[in-house]
Design a protein around this ligand. Structure first.
Ligand code: 4NP
Length: 185
């Protein structure tokens, strides 16, 4: 690697390094989905978004992860009810829970939260206005659920609440993908 190539890597964050992806060119868009516990909504959003980018043949262009505001479930698989309802739709939600930290602002282009409570909890850890700009409400990308402002927490609910959360997550992730494509992510 010559000096110019080294300089390009240092000055271009999120650019795929040589040998890291299927193609050696192009910018990687990094997305972090956030919910309260990282065992219901955000691991589902992570899995649905992975499914979409794989279906569209552009998984090498994305880095997708999820995390929780709280640390109660760190290391755990997603809630068995979400795993089961996801499997019924063809998803395999298998990420391990981790807690959001301020360092995630450096690692991700967009931080997608499920509700206003998540929004303010994440915002509290922002270092500056650039960090705040990265925080987006995932429900804002929905197109098929007009007037639905949040993706409600299904944890204390029943199976219908998990299915409803998945309906919203699928809608929002499709909308997010369309938005990113339209804006050349
Ligand atoms: P999530 O749901 O934020 O969608 O993962 C929850 C899971 C666990 C808890 C709260 C919400 N909890 O309090 O343990």
């Amino acid at each position: 690697m010559n000096k110019q190539q080294q300089q390009e890597i240092v000055s271009t964050p999120h650019t795929r390094r040589e040998g890291q992806g299927k193609e050696s060119e192009g910018r990687v868009t990094s997305l972090l989905f956030i919910c309260l516990g990282n065992i219901c909504r955000s691991p589902a959003a992570e899995g649905v978004m992975r499914h979409i980018v794989e279906r569209e043949g552009c998984d090498a262009d994305f880095l997708i992860d999820s995390a929780g505001i709280g640390g109660w479930h760190v290391g755990q698989l997603p809630d068995h009810r979400m795993r089961r309802r996801g499997a019924a739709r063809g998803y395999d939600f298998c990420s391990r829970a981790r807690q959001f930290s301020a360092a995630d602002f450096q690692r991700f282009d967009m931080i997608l939260v499920m509700d206003r409570e998540n929004y303010y909890d994440v915002k509290r850890l922002a270092h500056n206005s650039d960090d705040v700009q990265k925080i987006k409400m995932l429900p804002d990308f929905m197109t098929r659920h007009p007037g639905q402002p949040t993706i409600p927490d299904p944890y204390y609910g029943d199976i219908a609440d998990f299915d409803f959360a998945l309906d919203l997550i699928e809608d929002a992730c499709e909308g997010l993908f369309a938005y990113l494509c339209a804006n050349n992510h």
